[in-house]
Design a protein around this ligand. Structure first.
Ligand SMILES: Nc1ncnc2c1ncn2[C@@H]1O[C@H](COP(=O)(O)OP(=O)(O)OP(=O)(O)O)[C@@H](O)[C@H]1O
Ligand SMILES: [Mg+2]
Length: 267
């Protein structure tokens, strides 16, 4: 039975898609059977996975009941493109519009170990569908345009999904992403996040590096492109495994880290 995690944020460009792509890679390397779901009409996650631009069917066809989710998997991802925006509109007028994705993923949830959903930068119907289909919400926030209010807004949407349709939904935690920890601003951001959200804030911070954009452009996971950078995600993955109650995977994770992160770059 898969654990399902939605990665979301209150605004665009906080590194959500990179997080879904990289965590998929890390957990696959630990031997887990992972499904990544691109729930953003921009289709960035599909690009990061190097999916053919005209791959068919996509999440749009899944949500409009034209195909089964299992038949829309390409490699490890159910891709998306602009037609997902049309599907979202079509969905809006239907009864059960918020539970469509949950129902569509039901069979795969039984088969997979982990499902990661990449949310769009808006807190609309697609994000609500993702949250209703999830056991956990993982919040990404960037220090550069940080606002506590923004993080709180995203949490309110998580609360709403829990109170209305998904009582089991839990906040897995908040990650400070794309952070330049050499700046005082980023360190202050982390302090105020911890002050406000306490233990919910992950100790691991994903540091800012141009290597992410370069690796995305080449559709190569960061662990292959720049393993020294990838260690931030290995450390985040470790915290996630602890929070999910899967400590048996921590040792394989340590081995992976020793294997791929250059000794000099290890934390
Ligand atoms: N740790 C990082 N350091 C520097 N750049 C990063 C980092 N992570 C991601 N990026 C880059 O920042 C940009 C936005 O990242 P990404 O697409 O993952 O964000 P997003 O939150 O999914 O955006 P959107 O809200 O548009 O879906 C991309 O160019 C990506 O390569
Ligand atoms: Mg994205």
């Amino acid at each position: 039975m898969a654990t399902t995690i939605s990665v979301l944020s209150q605004k665009g460009g906080t590194g959500k898609t990179t997080m879904v792509r990289t965590l998929t890679d890390v957990f696959e390397r630990l031997g887990l059977d992972i499904l990544a779901v691109d729930a953003d009409p921009q289709g960035n996650l599909s690009d990061y996975f190097d999916t053919e631009p005209d791959a068919q069917p996509t999440l749009a066809e899944v949500l409009t009941a034209q195909t089964r989710a299992a038949d829309a998997i390409h490699g490890a991802v159910i891709p998306a493109n602009l037609r997902l925006a049309e599907a979202e509109l079509a969905l809006a007028g239907r009864i059960g519009r918020e539970v469509t994705l949950r129902n569509a993923l039901r069979d795969l949830k039984r088969e997979k170990d982990l499902i990661l959903i990449d949310c769009p930068p808006t807190l609309g119907l697609l994000t609500v569908n993702a949250l209703v289909a999830s056991d956990h919400a993982l919040l990404s926030t960037q220090s550069q345009y940080f606002s506590l209010q923004g993080v709180e807004q995203a949490m309110e949407v998580v609360d709403l999904a829990r109170e209305s349709l998904n009582p089991d939904l839990e906040l897995l935690g908040v990650v400070l992403n794309i952070a330049n920890m050499r700046t005082r601003h980023a360190r202050q951001t982390l302090d105020s996040l911890r002050e406000r959200f306490g233990e919910k804030v992950f100790r691991s911070v994903i540091r800012q590096s141009i290597a992410y954009a370069e690796s995305a452009e080449r559709a190569i996971p960061i662990l292959d492109y720049r393993p020294d950078r990838g260690q931030d995600y290995l450390s985040l993955a470790g915290e996630i495994l602890r929070r999910l109650g899967s400590p048996e995977l921590l040792e394989p994770l340590d081995r992976l880290s020793v294997e791929i992160v250059p000794a000099g770059a290890r934390a």
